[in-house]
Design a protein around this ligand. Structure first.
Ligand code: MEV
Length: 440
């Protein structure tokens, strides 16, 4: 029976490992050896990773793959993707190649506005509160000068601070709704530091205000925090070609294929159960690039799913049309990303990823990530409306099953060959490998 522990974070790494292995695992010796196997042999590199978080005991690997041949705004990219799911990189590469010969991807950044809010409770007259906020408005800027100096010099900073009356939704609830331009930084620390200073200014000035009545001066700040919902930090990625240029897909003639694609997207627009899976496929591409470039995939996920619900019901993030003989397929998504700060300057593989991507600005990275999402969705829906998803998926999953069965290199080669002409299901792979083993 495990017991609670005091001061775990203060133990040495060795002691943490011993404790967790002894308290929670069946065979501590094997567990300890496994954890250590994943340590990097370069002690300095390992220490760098240890210090990313608290209580590090080992590293957790994800494969880093490359999807080449992405033509984006007439420039060629190879996109790094960190992901565990077998078929994602292969699907992205296929979609990239498909569009390479059809004009490639076109992207546009539609906005870069970030958002943060000071949430506070005020009991009193809303008009007087508005007059008070108008009166102290310049102080929000002057009191944050030490924080905003560098960002302002680079052309970013605080853009707008607005009082919002939310008392219809919750008694006495108001906000300072603030917008920011954070350039190549994701901006979380910048925004949160500004907001915390705004809240101090707000409280201090309210306590002294001659505009507010005495009983109104003690307003209560509940919290100050950025929002990961950034509907105006938006990017569009699109592909298009004539129906003729689409060509035949898995025996499906071009117009029929285009119409099947449009109908599949329409279903995801009107049916949330399908929309969630449709968008999950998009996130396969997006998260993989976001992780490989050291960005916060949870923030990206939260913001994108909120955007998918912006019209009141969870819906498809991609759109497709067939008009005047042209097939068009596109995505609009909010993406708050950074190419400076955070892990981007620290994690050696992230730095390499940025180099492979030709050192993008945050705006360029938004475009590359949106393309990865669109490509992934194109590949998934194309399979779904033609051959079905399992054919490609199981081909990629084949090695996982063979590894689970401890197949040798020779067995793997034989099995990959065999499943070029046979349908791969879990049972079929198990059976085929067992038969092979019986024969040899
Ligand atoms: C699997 O990871 C993603 C798909 O389910 C996406 C989709 O259904 O569109 C294939």
């Amino acid at each position: 029976m495990p017991v609670p522990i005091e001061g775990f974070s203060k133990l040495s790494k060795e002691k943490k490992i011993s404790w967790i292995a002894e308290q929670y695992t069946h065979n501590p010796e094997i567990s300890i050896a496994l954890l250590k196997k994943y340590w990097n042999s370069d002690a300095r590199l390992q220490q760098l990773h240890d210090e990313f978080i608290e209580n590090t005991i080992s590293n957790f690997y994800l494969p880093l793959g490359i999807a080449p041949n992405f033509l984006i705004n007439n420039r060629l990219y190879a996109i790094p993707m960190a992901i565990e799911e077998s078929s994602v990189v292969a699907a992205a590469s296929k979609a990239a190649k498909f569009w390479l010969g059809r004009g490639g991807f076109k992207t546009t950044v539609l906005g870069t506005e970030k958002i943060g809010q000071v949430h506070f409770m005020f009991t009193g007259d809303g008009e007087r509160l508005k007059a008070f906020i108008d009166d102290i408005h310049p102080l929000f800027y002057t009191d944050t000068e030490a924080i905003t100096k560098n960002m302002n010099a680079r052309g970013g900073g605080i853009q707008h601070i607005e009082l919002r009356d939310k008392t219809q939704a919750l008694d006495n609830y108001y906000q300072l709704h603030c917008t920011f331009e954070t350039l190549d930084a994701m901006g979380a620390n910048f925004i949160n530091s500004c907001l915390e200073q705004f809240s101090k200014t707000l409280k201090k000035e309210a306590a002294l205000s001659s505009i507010l009545l005495e009983e109104e001066r003690n307003l209560e700040v509940v919290m100050s925090i950025l929002s990961n919902y950034v509907p105006n930090c938006l990017v569009r990625a699109e592909v298009s070609c004539t129906i003729k240029d689409l060509g035949e897909e898995a025996g499906v003639p071009p117009l029929e294929f285009a119409e099947k694609m449009v109908r599949a997207v329409r279903i995801a627009k009107v049916e949330p159960f399908r929309a969630v899976t449709h968008n999950k496929g998009i996130m396969n591409g997006i998260d993989a690039v976001v992780v490989a470039t050291g960005n916060d995939f949870r923030a990206v996920e939260a913001g994108i799913h909120a955007y998918a619900s912006k019209d009141g019901s969870y819906s498809s993030l991609t759109h497709a049309t067939v008009q005047d003989g042209v097939f068009r397929f596109w995505i609009d998504i909010p993406l708050a990303l950074g190419t400076v700060g955070g892990l981007t300057g620290l994690h050696p593989l992230v730095k390499l990823g940025m180099e492979i991507l030709q050192h993008p600005s945050a705006k360029e990275l938004m475009q590359l990530v949106a393309v990865a999402g669109l490509a992934q969705n194109f590949a998934a829906v194309k399979s779904l409306v033609t051959t079905g998803i399992q054919q490609g998926h199981m081909k990629m999953h084949l090695l996982n099953i063979l590894n689970q069965m401890s197949a040798t290199e020779e067995e793997k080669t034989a099995m990959v060959d065999y499943f070029k002409t046979h349908t791969a299901t879990h049972n079929a792979v198990v059976e085929a490998l067992e038969n092979l083993r019986k024969r040899t």
